[in-house]
Design a protein around this ligand. Structure first.
Ligand code: FAD
Length: 605
């Protein structure tokens, strides 16, 4: 037994991306003692990578926009299995949160009359994404950090939380280690906010960074919280595919928002070939109309490239499967063609999409102002996550809150682009506010040392395994390959059964994982410790995906290709059973209040 370094907070926020920072700022503003933990250096969270923008019905570019339209768009994008209360709060509060960010110093791109400029994105009826070129996340993180610096938050950088601690059914803190020296740290807290982001690293091809191993999902699950909607994983249609070293890196939807088009090897704009019925009335029926839409013509309808991500990704898979793909197994995304329409096209592209221009120049030796890009789908975002109360963001475990990508509900079966950054702000704030309130109104917690000791022993066990031990990287890679192959964009019962078998086998092997060296900055050890989270998340995704015998949003079953109304009124929820096994249940979605139902009726009717 070693003496752990112990720290005390009222509210502990795990994760320093947009959701975590916003939660910490709010909680600190309430006067409670706040700690903020993150795996890497502050400012390096995933949020910094966000490109396209933050969705909010400011109605600066099109005055027909309103929270009601944003509400209806988000529900339709999520195929109506969203937590409608969250969708309502998000649509109502996003504009306020964006203006607040501006008041804190964020410099958004401007309209000619000096208001926040908004751009088009898939599934949003009007131009709605406030942005800073294609580096919106960077500006958001910078602003939140600058603001947060003055809020008296204790920051614990390069520290990974391994497990949550509980006290009589209530959360009481967390236990982790500092990555640099490998020393354990014990956090005592009256409330904990999970803001750990997504799960992309459960797949081989992903836009997500190394940090996205589903830790928050898994921490919550093992602490007894329910997860929901885990079958809904978003595969973004446009990731880089060539050269192999950059495979998966995101190509922002902003490229299509600015007029970029998708073509197959025959040069055909194949997105015109398959437009879903419920989007047909709002989709352009000629290339010319689509172009006019991207240039702000209010009477034009959007091009089919801006249909929802799940649909675009599947169309790309179809083109490739049917032999009309690009040389490296994707399709072409072309923005250079706009030189036929715009006098200063090259300058325009460089100004609107500076990161994309540099990304392709440097990584693929492609000049996007003159050449098409080769792209294909990449695992991007998880709609599923911790099941929370829509107003407070509290999970099913008292005192445990979740916000941002690791929480579920807002996006239903499919997230619209831009709705994540706004999610972080709206629900990060709410989680921080309610966690602080919980901490103030509930008494002290006590720490059960045995829980921490057990976690410490489990974490150190890999150092004691040598001969014949399993390699952490090898297991991680195998899991990623199996998930990519068997539980990816197109799913079948047979393949997912095979995946469950593979996961069970990998779980057994993970119990024998061994690492060399010592505890000081040991990446092999870190990988061994992440493995458990990845396996938990992979199992939750696969079990839920097997149970949903229909296709909806991000979840597509080749054996059940249609949407089935029998699956429209519940969420799939996983919990850890008393026997330690994963259990699946159907939780009914409460009926939509008349006022909200009327909005949907009006917008889609
Ligand atoms: P993150 O920003 O990922 O932060 C997670 C934090 O948790 C990190 O600090 C991490 O270190 C910490 N953490 C994780 N596990 C642990 C642990 N065990 N212990 C301690 N700390 C831990 N969305 C949009 O709305 N618009 C966009 O334009 C957009 N573009 C995107 C572009 C890219 C390339 C990617 C990958 C995503 C994009 N998204 C976009 C999605 C959006 O960026 C993410 O969903 C969002 O940033 C997630 O924020 P978060 O606060 O939930 O988590």
């Amino acid at each position: 037994h070693e003496d752990y370094q112990t720290v005390d907070h009222d509210v502990l926020v795990i994760g320093a991306g947009g959701a975590g920072l916003r939660a910490a700022i709010e909680a600190a503003g309430d006067g409670v003692r706040v700690g903020l933990v993150c795996k890497s250096l502050l400012g390096k969270a995933h949020t910094v990578m966000a490109e396209g923008g933050v969705a909010a019905a400011l109605a600066n570019v099109d005055d027909r926009d309103s929270w009601r339209v944003h509400f209806a768009d988000t529900m339709r994008g999520g195929q109506y299995v969203n937590n409608w209360r969250m969708v309502e709060l998000h649509a109502r509060e996003a504009p306020e949160r964006v203006k607040e960010l501006e008041a804190w110093g964020a410099l958004f791109d401007r309209t000619v009359d000096g208001r926040i400029l908004q751009r088009n994105f898939g599934g949003h009826r009007y131009p709605r994404l406030a942005h800073v070129g294609d580096r919106t996340g960077l500006e958001m993180i910078r602003t939140l950090q600058d603001h947060g610096v003055h809020a008296g938050i204790d920051v614990h950088m390069e520290c990974t939380v391994l497990t949550l601690l509980t006290d009589g059914g209530r959360v009481s803190g967390a236990f982790g280690y500092d990555r640099e020296r490998g020393r354990f740290r014990l956090f005592r807290a009256k409330a904990v906010v999970l803001a750990t982001g997504g799960i992309g690293r459960a797949y081989k091809i992903t836009s997500n960074s190394w940090e996205y191993t589903g830790d928050g999902h898994s921490l919550a699950y093992h602490a007894g919280a329910a997860l929901q909607d885990m079958e809904f994983v978003q595969f973004h249609p446009t990731g880089m595919i060539w050269p192999p070293s950059v495979r998966g890196i995101l190509v922002t939807e902003g490229v299509r928002g600015e007029g970029g088009v998708l073509r197959n090897s025959d040069g055909r704009r194949f997105m015109f070939d398959d437009i879903p019925e419920n989007y047909r009335p709002q989709t352009a029926d000629s290339e010319d109309e689509g172009w006019r839409y991207t240039q702000g013509d209010r009477n034009a309808r959007r091009p089919p490239e801006l249909l929802t991500r799940d649909h675009v990704a599947r169309c790309i898979v179809r083109e490739v499967r049917e032999g009309r793909g690009s040389p490296h197994g994707g399709v072409f995304l072309d923005i250079s063609w706009i030189k036929d329409r715009l006098p200063n096209a090259a300058e325009h592209i460089k100004r609107k999409l500076p990161s994309m221009y540099h990304q392709f120049r440097q990584l693929a030796n492609i000049d996007i102002t003159r050449q098409p890009m080769e792209i294909g789908p990449t695992t991007h975002y998880v709609m599923g996550g911790v099941r929370v109360d829509g107003d407070t963001q509290m999970s099913t475990v008292p005192g445990l809150f979740a916000a941002g990508e690791c929480a579920a509900g807002l996006h239903g079966a499919n997230r619209l682009g831009g709705n994540s950054l706004s999610d972080l702000l709206v629900f990060g704030k709410r989680a921080g506010e309610h966690a602080a309130r919980f901490a103030r109104t509930n008494g002290a917690v006590s720490i059960d040392g045995a829980q921490a000791d057990a976690a410490a022993r489990a974490a150190l066990a890999p150092f004691e395994r040598h001969d014949g031990a399993e390699q952490p990287y090898h297991l991680q890679e195998t899991l990623q390959e199996r998930m990519q192959e068997l539980v990816g964009i197109v799913r079948t019962e047979r393949e997912m059964r095979e995946a469950l078998g593979a996961i069970a086998e990998l779980k057994a092997r993970a119990a024998h994982v061994g690492v060399r060296g010592n505890r000081e900055y040991n990446p092999g050890w870190h990988t061994a410790l992440d493995l458990g989270h990845l396996l938990t998340v992979a199992e939750a995704i696969t079990r839920s995906a097997l149970e949903r015998r229909e296709s909806r949003g991000g979840h597509f079953r080749e054996d059940f290709p249609e949407k089935d109304p029998a699956y429209a009124d519940f969420n799939l929820v996983v919990r850890k059973g008393a026997d330690g096994e994963m259990q699946l249940a159907r939780e009914p979605i409460p009926p939509l209040p008349a006022e909200l139902a009327a909005i949907i009726e009006e917008m889609t009717g």
